[in-house]
Design a protein around this ligand. Sequence first.
Ligand code: GAP
Length: 513
Amino acid sequence: MSQKPEDFFKNIISHSKEYGYIFQSSEIYDGLSAVYDYGQNGAELKKNIREYWWRAMVQLNENIVGIDSSIFMHPTIWKASGHVDAFNDPLIDNKDSKKRYRADVLIEEHVAKIEEKIEKEVEKAKKRFENFDETMFRSTNGRVAEYQAKINEINSRFKNALNDGNLAEVKQIIVDCEIVDPVSGSRNWTDVRQFNLMFSTSMGSVAEEGNTIYLRPETAQGIFVNYLNVQKTGRMKLPFGIAQTGKAFRNEIVARQFIFRMREFEQMEMQFFVKPGTEMQWYEHWKEERLKWHLSLGLGRENYKFHDHVKLAHYANAAADIEFKFPFGFKELEGIHSRTDFDLKQHEQFSGKKLQYFDQEANISYVPYVVETSVGLDRLFLSILSSSYKEETLENGETRVVLSLPPALAPIKVAVFPLVKKDGLPELAQIIVNLLKFDHIVTIDEKDTVGKRYRRQDAIGTPFCITVDHQSLEDDTVTVRYRDTMKQERLKIDKLAKFLDEKVSLKSLLQLL
Ligand code: GAP
């Protein structure tokens, strides 16, 4: 079905509300901007994604362990990490529309548009020439070279401007690129200014001074400050990793696009501690591993690409994003950062405590380097939800909406339908539910025609429906219907547990890694 991407995205948002995936926070009070609640199916899907990440990190890697640190931490941690001074977004307002934007996002989107023009030229040429050599074409075609030069110039000016903290130059780039406000179409911009993203609150009596604490803007610092505790108590040897999932909070000013950018969200981060000098090798390793993890979800290779950072965060010596093709275009899904020894050194300095590792082989002590993988759980949820949502026209002309979620992540794994509400069929259906419920989330559905029940489960994303009919009473078989192909097969009831284990257990995904 062809429709505008924005309409398609709106359909996904309303579908996720209608089927208990995501609700606006505080909806009966007209909502709270950029904050969302997960409903009965959303909470399950989110839990399954988190669990898959955790097991892939902690269970499959003998040298990675997991922790759960607090949201509140000593305020000096955020001074040491650089967040108090440098965790800012450069903001700009359009005077006509009164809309506020992130200046860096405006520039990056402008660059992405030029990149799209290059891609179009490449695609055109691919169709025209046999034995097409893309690298040769990119380096010899005049128009492409012109576009590329423009991109390089913008990127280099932007990187220098941010490094120098030169906000006037950031504005000048927006002016020179003739970037217009997407709402008003005007170029009437204010100056660019910095805005700190951390939420703060007070601990203890409000009257006391110096009691400001922050809601953590990333989970990573909880790992850094526990690094020595874990290393010593777990007798960990380099290289080793510490993984953690948990809430993070950012006062995002430009918060749009549903759960893509939220003020309260969840991160899944892993800090991998390595010997200095080996960090680039591990950085490449984790880039590859994390892409492999995403690809195991089966959402399509074409939906992912790497984006190497032009402007590096204050702590990094290399960084890349894994971008995903969301309904509104390719955007950051996960970050892989080589954070050097910045964080541990800063914590050594601010706490006055040594955070060194004694390398027995080399007989020396040093502060390890760190390679980080950091993915937003909510963003991952959106990537899975949006690429699974399909509006299909069936052969009989009917439409069906189906969420073709990876079966191992689906909230409900099986729906059991007694064909009719009599003749002992509901009782047998309940026996099947009781048989399967210790391993999987199973539901029983007796209302409406079987066709309607299929549609309902398709929309929720339930990978298998089991129908119990009169034949079941005679030969202990049931019909198993596959969500994506709608094909059906008859299976013995005592084969169902093994069938489901193969198709919907997390093990089926973990084995792909
Ligand atoms: N510790 C490194 C760090 O926090 P980041 O690139 O700022 O790096 C990592 O964030 C990931 O967290 C992002 O790739 C994204 O998936 C997620 N994320 C960041 N801000 C978010 C927000 N406001 N809403 C939802 N997810 C967010």
